[in-house]
Design a protein. Sequence first.
Length: 368
Amino acid sequence: MRTTPKTAGGQVRRVSATRRHRYYERFTASSFVHGELGADDVTAGEDPVVRQAAIDALGDMNGTAVVIDPSNGRILAMVNQKLALSPGAEPCSTIKLTVALAGLSEGLVTRDTPVQLPGFRMNMTQALAKSNNLYFEEIGRELGFERVRHYATQFGLGELAGYNIAGEQLGMYPDQPIPESEGGVGRMCSFGEGVSLTPLQLGAFVAAIANGGTLYYLQHPTTPEEVAALQPKVKRTLDIARYVPDVEDGMAGAVEYGTARSLRANFNQLPVFGKTGTCSNDGTRYGWFASYSETPQGALVTVFFLEGGRPTFGPRAAELTGEFYKNLWGRDYFAVKNQDAQNAPAAEPASNPATAYPAPAAPTPAEQ
């Protein structure tokens, strides 16, 4: 029997034990590609160093990599754009970031509130680092579907993430919870079941975490002239700044000792904060890793999304992200970027930097 405490501060939350059965899936999709990945991509407006670092990191893995400047929403590189702009897939455990911020925003828990799970206790930092499903199922049930959905849509799920990005399709957030027989809102909050998330939607949301709450429309310049003329476009401002350190602890833990620790096998020169996700559907396995870095020259947001069979999973996406950062480091990208910033003329203050832009027209059903 599950008992619910009256307050969040310091109290222990108890959840009932659920019997789980191990089963083995048969995967039919391939984790690897033949030929050049992203050969048909539109790249003239991308950062060539960032793009090549992402291509080299992906190698022959079937997936996409999206790299974003969280200070303005510019997509610096988008490898395998057909997949990146697709309707998306189940977000797996990356959905836990939205649930964590919802729970914090509602005062349901703090990052230190211990939750009593079957046989052990866990707080939010540990739950994010270890990607504990029972913890987030409980938080989701306590919040209820309406509040869970409210925050998810505020964070950009169910909306186009880009501003007039040709070919972008829409990931959907349902109007109703999945049936209790399939896990209900708890399952939606631990695996994202019933939700489709695109790499761009996830990237825009993580960029808002990285910059303290500004949800930008993502922009993908297609020419050098568009790069020079780019003006940031704000979708909305999220009231999450006070909670970012709370989720950041768990995202750092994922990289240092949790589900994304494979990243450190390739790169340990800079702090990286991230969240993995692994799940499957109809014989295809998904591997997600969304993250942001902290450098003296500013942050980078990355989303690596993989599709395939058994070799495809979230920790593998984290490992490739580490390879991406290693590639940038080996090319002196951060040093060159710092020198460019020092040599650049001082920017004039924007006349209205917080202007919110209306949403571009959504694609028609035929386009979706």
